[in-house]
Design a protein around this ligand. Structure first.
Ligand code: SAH
Length: 463
C-alpha cells in the first residue's frame, strides 16, 4: 500500500492553493466543499476561484508565492504550470512539516486526491496510487451508477437513531448486530424508495423491541466458497462472510476469499492438506460449537459446495445436536468450476447424457469403487481427490470396459489464475504425467466431453 486512505476533517482549517487557473480551480472546489478556508496565491486568479476564497473566508494573494504564505495553513496544493515552482513549493511546505500535493507530479508531494463518490455522509474514495487516474475515474463512474443516490439518507437515518439505540442496548457488539439485522430488513428498501417516515417507524419499533440476549445468540454459517475464484462466491456467501465474527477456513478456500471477511473478524485456519490434517474433523466440529456458544456468528468456509465431498453433514451434526442456529449456503462445486473454466461441458447431447461425481479417495486411502457402474460411454465421470490414485483409476476403468482411448482431463487449481488443464487418454495419461509436477487441488474428468476442451477452453493461466 503506497498511500494510506484517511478521511480528514478540514472544516475551518487553512488550505493554501498555489496557482489560479483551471487545475487549481478543480482542487479549490473540492477543498471548499470540505469546509476548508481556501487561500489562493497566484499572479492571476480566475473568477470562480476568487469567489471560493471569499466564501470560504481565505486570503486572496495576487502575486508570486512566498514561503511565508504557508504560515497558519493545514495543507498545501501546488497547481501551477511551472514545474520548478511546484517543486519549490513542495520543498518549502515539507520544510515546515506541511502535507503537500503537487497536482501534476504526485511523486513530489505527500498526498494525492482520490476520485470520490459523494453520498454524504457516505464518501467513497478511489485511488490508483497515481498509477492510472483514468482507471480510478472509470471505477468511480461504475460505483456512481450502481449506488443509489439515497444511500446518504440511509446513513443520516442511522445517525439519528444512534443515541436511542445506545440508550437501549449498552453492549456495543449487540448494537452492531442490531444494525446488521436492520440493514437486511425492509428499512433499506423504504429509504431507497423515498419512504423515510415509514423507515423511521420500523426502526423505532425495532429499537423498542431490541433485546441483547436474542441479538447475541451464536450462529453457524456453513458456507460454500466455490472452487477458488472469489468472483464465484454467491451474494449470500459474501453477506454471511462479512457478518461473521469468526471465520474458519482451510487450504481449499482461495486467499482472496478470506480477505473479504470483516477486518476485525477472527480468522482461524483449520488446515486440511491431504494427509496432514491441521485439525482433525472432530476438533473442527467442536470449535464451531465452542465459538457459537460464546454468542459469535461463526462462518465455516468450505471449498466448493459444503455438501459435495465437503463433510458438511458431519460439521452440522454436532451443531444440530447442540441446538445452535445454523444456515448452509451452497457453493459452486469444483466439478462445475473446473468444467466451466476448463471448457469441458459435463453433459452434451453428442457426448454424455449423465454425469457422476465420485470420490477417488476412501477413508482408508484405497480406491475401491463400484467400477462396473463407471464405464458407460455416454456418462461423464468426475473424480474428486483422485490424483494419487490416477493410475489405478485409469487401469480399473479400462479393465471394466471403458475404451483405452477415452479422453481424460486433469484440472489443477481450477478457476484460479494458476489453473492448468492436462488432457490425454486413459491409456497414456498416467505415463504422460509421470515425473511432472501437478499441483493440488486436482480434479479428474473422464469421458468424451473432454475432447471439447481445445475448442471451448477459454480460461488461460495468467503467468
Ligand atoms: N466440497 C468441495 C470438494 C472437497 S473435496 C467441492 O464441492 O468442490 C477436495 C477435492 O475437490 C480436491 O481433492 C479436488 O479433487 C477438488 N477440488 C476442489 N477445488 C478444486 C480446484 N480449484 N481445482 C481442482 N480441483 C478442486
Amino acid at each position: 500500500m503506497e498511500f494510506l486512505p484517511i478521511s480528514w476533517r478540514l472544516q475551518g482549517k487553512g488550505a493554501l492553493l498555489v496557482g489560479g487557473g483551471e487545475v487549481a480551480l478543480r482542487k479549490g472546489r473540492l477543498l471548499h466543499r470540505s469546509g476548508a478556508r481556501v487561500s489562493v496565491v497566484a499572479p492571476s486568479v480566475c473568477a470562480e476561484l476568487r469567489d471560493i476564497v471569499v466564501q470560504s473566508g481565505g486570503k486572496l494573494l495576487e502575486r508570486g508565492f512566498e514561503p511565508a504564505d504557508l504560515d497558519g495553513q493545514a495543507l498545501v496544493v501546488s497547481a501551477t504550470d511551472d514545474s520548478s515552482l511546484n517543486a519549490w513549493v513542495a520543498e518549502q511546505a515539507s520544510a515546515k512539516g506541511l502535507p503537500v500535493n503537487v497536482v501534476d507530479n504526485p511523486s513530489l508531494g505527500d498526498f494525492i486526491f482520490p476520485a470520490i463518490v459523494d453520498r454524504s455522509p457516505i464518501l467513497i474514495s478511489i485511488s490508483s496510487s497515481g498509477a492510472s487516474p483514468v482507471l480510478a475515474r472509470k471505477l468511480r463512474s461504475q460505483i456512481e451508477s450502481s449506488l443509489p443516490a439515497r444511500w446518504g439518507r440511509l446513513a443520516d437515518l442511522m445517525a439519528k437513531f444512534r443515541q436511542p439505540l445506545k440508550d437501549k442496548l449498552g453492549n456495543i457488539g449487540a448494537r452492531r448486530l442490531f444494525w446488521e439485522k436492520a440493514l437486511e430488513g425492509p428499512v433499506v428498501e423504504k429509504v431507497l424508495a423515498g419512504k423515510e417516515s415509514e423507515a423511521e417507524a420500523i426502526l423505532a419499533q425495532a429499537i423498542e423491541e431490541a433485546d441483547t440476549d436474542r441479538l447475541s445468540r451464536g450462529e453457524v454459517y456453513l458456507v460454500g466458497a466455490g472452487p477458488g475464484d472469489p468472483d464465484l462466491l454467491t451474494f449470500r456467501a459474501l453477506r454471511l462472510l462479512q457478518k461473521a465474527d469468526v471465520v474458519l477456513y482451510d487450504r481449499l478456500v482461495g486467499k482472496g476469499i478470506v480477505d473479504l471477511a470483516r477486518r476485525d473478524a477472527e480468522l482461524v485456519y483449520v488446515g486440511k492438506a491431504r494427509d496432514k490434517h491441521a485439525l482433525p474433523q472432530d476438533n473442527i466440529n467442536e470449535l464451531l460449537v465452542h465459538y457459537a456458544r460464546q454468542g459469535k456468528k461463526v462462518c465455516r468456509l468450505k471449498g466448493g459446495d459444503p455438501f459435495i465431498f465437503g463433510r458438511g453433514g458431519e460439521e452440522i451434526d454436532l451443531i444440530v445436536q447442540e441446538g445452535i442456529d445454523f444456515q448452509v449456503v451452497p457453493g459452486i462445486t469444483a466439478a462445475s468450476g473446473c468444467a466451466a473454466y476448463g471448457g469441458i461441458p459435463l453433459t452434451h447431447r453428442d457426448h454424455a447424457q449423465s454425469v457422476r461425481f465420485v470420490t477417488g479417495h476412501r477413508k482408508d486411502g484405497s480406491v475401491d469403487l463400484d467400477w462396473q457402474h463407471l464405464v458407460s460411454e455416454t456418462e461423464t465421470v468426475v473424480f474428486y481427490m483422485g490424483l494419487v490414485g490416477l493410475r489405478q483409476i485409469c487401469q480399473k476403468l479400462m479393465e471394466h470396459g471403458r475404451a483405452a482411448d477415452t479422453p481424460i482431463a486433469l484440472v489443477s487449481r481450477g478457476t484460479t489464475d494458476l489453473q492448468e488443464v492436462i488432457t490425454g487418454t486413459l491409456e497414456n495419461l498416467p505415463d504422460d504425467i509421470e515425473g511432472r509436477e501437478v499441483h493440488a487441488p486436482t480434479l479428474i474428468i473422464v469421458g468424451s466431453v473432454v475432447s471439447l476442451h481445445p475448442r471451448f477452453g477459454w480460461f488461460r493461466k495468467s503467468n
